[in-house]
Design a protein around this ligand. Structure first.
Ligand code: FAD
Length: 409
C-alpha cells in the first residue's frame, strides 16, 4: 500500500520535543549573552554533549534517518533556539558529513570521534573550503596539496577563510587542489589531525550576526599530514583524476567545471531548515506581541496591515519547510534533483528568514529595534542564510542551469 504523510512519525515527534525542550530551556536563555560576547559558547556545547544532542551517535542517527527528515527537524529546533549557538553545536556535524560522505570506514572510525571529543573534554571540528579569492567561485581555489612519495605524506599550503570553528577545531577538514588543470574535479579533501604543525588560526572575524559562532581564517604553511589523511584514499583519488582527465579531453574544461555546482544539492536543505528555525522563532515573537500590544485602544493585530503580514509570514515559513522536507526526502530516497530542488529549498527558506525577521522587527516597533527583544538578533542572524553554503544568486544560477540546460552566467 502506498504511504503518504506530511507529518513526522511518533519517534521523530519524540525527538523533536526533546530538542525543543533543550532549545527553549538551555539555548534561548543563553542567546543574548553569547551574541554580546562573540565567543564560542563552550558551556552550552558541553551541556548539549552531556544530554546527547552534541554527539556522533545522535548526528549519525538523524543523518541516516530513512525518511530524510531527521536532519531538517534537528536544525529547525536548534536554530529556533538561537542561530549562533546552534551553529556552534552543529558546525562539527557539517565537517563530519565531509568525512562520512568521502572517507573510508577506517577514516570515519578514526577521525569523527576525535571531532566531537567526549563529555569530559568536548571538541569541535571545522570544514575549510572557502578562500579569500574563492568563495562562490570554488574553481578559483589555490590551496595546494602535493604528495611527497618519499615519506608518504601530503604537504598543504594556502589560506582558508570564513571557516566555522577554524583554528579552534580539534580536527580540520581541508579541501585543496591536487590537479590545477581539472577545475573543481582536481580537488580533494584532507584530514588535518589535532596539533599538526603549520596549521594556525589567522584573523577571527567580528560579525553582523551568528556572533556566538566562531568564524576565522585558517593558515596552512607546509602542513605535513600522513598519506592516510587523504579522504577516500590515494587509489580512489588516482582513479577519479584519471576519469576526470579523460572526460576533460572529450568534453572540454567547461563541462568539468559546471558539473561540480550540483554536488551540494543534498546538503543545502539542511541550511534551509536552519533558516526555517530562525524565521519561525521571529514569527512567534511577532504574533505574541501583536496580540498583546495595544495602540488606539485595541491590540495591534486588529489592524489588517499587521494581521495580513503575520498571515504572509506564516505561509512563507510553512512553504519553506515543505520545500526543505521535499528535498531532504529526495536526498534520503535517492531521487535525482532534476529541478535543483535542494537549491530551491535553500533559496526560498533563506530569503524567507530575512524577510520574516525584518517584518518581526517592524511589528515590534521601537521594542523590535532594541536588544531587550530577540527579533533584532534574529534579523541579524538571518542574513547569513542567503550567503553561506552558496549565496542566493548562486542558488538561482544552479536552478536556472538545471532547468534550462544552458550555461547561464
Ligand atoms: C559566518 C560565515 C560562516 C562560513 N562558514 C564557512 C565554513 O565553515 N567553511 C567554508 O568553507 N566556508 C564558509 N563560509 C564561506 C561562505 O560559504 C562564502 O562566504 C560564500 O560561499 C560566498 O562567497 P564570498 O563571500 O566569497 O562571496 P562572493 O563569491 O565574492 O560573492 C559576492 C557577491 O557576488 C555574487 N556573485 C558571485 N558570483 C556570481 C554569479 N556568477 N552570478 C551572480 N552573482 C554572483 C554573490 O551572490 C554575492 O552576492 C562562511 C561564511 C560566513 C560569512
Amino acid at each position: 500500500m502506498a504511504e503518504f504523510a506530511f507529518e513526522l512519525n511518533d519517534d521523530q515527534k519524540q525527538v523533536r520535543e526533546w530538542l525543543h525542550g533543550f532549545a527553549a530551556d538551555v539555548i534561548r536563555p543563553a542567546a543574548a549573552e553569547w551574541d554580546e560576547r562573540e565567543e564560542t559558547p563552550w558551556p552550552v556545547i558541553q551541556e548539549a554533549a552531556r544530554i546527547g544532542v552534541y554527539s556522533l551517535d545522535f548526528y549519525a542517527q538523524q543523518f541516516f534517518d530513512p525518511t530524510g527528515l531527521g536532519i531538517p527537524m534537528t536544525m529547525e529546533e536548534l536554530f529556533w533556539g538561537d542561530a549562533g549557538i546552534a551553529l556552534s553545536i552543529v558546525g562539527t556535524g557539517l565537517a563530519a558529513v565531509g568525512v562520512l560522505a568521502n572517507g573510508t570506514d577506517e577514516q570515519i572510525g578514526t577521525w569523527i570521534p576525535q571531532m566531537y571529543g567526549d563529555t569530559d573534554e568536548v571538541k569541535v571540528a571545522a570544514f575549510c573550503s572557502s578562500e579569500p579569492d574563492a568563495g562562490s567561485d570554488v574553481g578559483a581555489m589555490r590551496t595546494r596539496a602535493v604528495y611527497d612519495q618519499a615519506t608518504d605524506e601530503w604537504v598543504l599550503n594556502g589560506t582558508k577563510t570564513w571557516a566555522t570553528n577554524g583554528g579552534i577545531a580539534n580536527v580540520h577538514v581541508v579541501v585543496a587542489v591536487v590537479d590545477p588543470g581539472l577545475g573543481t574535479k582536481g580537488h580533494a579533501s584532507f584530514i588535518v589531525p589535532p596539533a599538526t604543525p603549520g596549521l594556525s588560526q589567522g584573523q577571527k572575524f567580528r560579525k553582523h550576526g551568528i556572533r556566538a559562532s566562531h568564524t576565522a581564517e585558517v593558515v596552512l604553511e607546509d602542513v605535513r599530514i600522513p598519506g592516510h589523511c587523504l579522504l577516500g584514499g590515494k587509489e580512489k583519488l588516482d582513479e577519479r583524476l584519471a576519469r576526470a582527465r579523460e572526460r576533460a579531453k572529450e568534453a572540454g574544461g567547461e563541462r568539468v567545471k559546471n558539473a561540480a555546482m550540483a554536488t551540494f544539492e543534498a546538503s543545502r536543505p539542511a541550511v534551509g531548515a536552519m533558516a526555517v528555525g530562525t524565521a519561525r522563532a521571529a514569527y512567534e515573537v511577532a504574533l505574541d506581541y501583536a496580540m498583546t500590544r495595544s495602540q488606539f485602544g485595541r491590540p495591534i493585530i486588529d489592524n489588517q496591515g499587521i494581521a495580513f503580514q503575520l498571515a504572509d509570514m506564516r505561509t512563507r515559513i510553512d512553504a519553506s519547510r515543505l520545500l526543505v522536507w521535499r528535498a531532504s526526502w529526495m536526498a534520503a530516497t535517492g531521487k535525482p534533483f532534476t529541478s535543483a530542488e535542494g537549491s530551491m529549498s535553500k533559496l526560498y527558506a533563506s530569503e524567507t528568514a530575512k524577510q520574516v525577521t525584518a517584518q518581526a522587527v517592524q511589528i515590534l516597533g521601537g521594542n523590535g529595534f532594541t536588544r531587550e527583544y530577540p527579533v533584532e538578533r534574529m534579523h541579524r542572524d538571518a542574513a547569513i542564510y542567503t550567503i553561506f553554503e552558496g549565496t542566493s544568486e548562486i542558488q538561482r544560477l544552479v536552478i536556472a542551469r538545471t532547468l534550462s540546460g544552458m550555461p547561464i552566467r
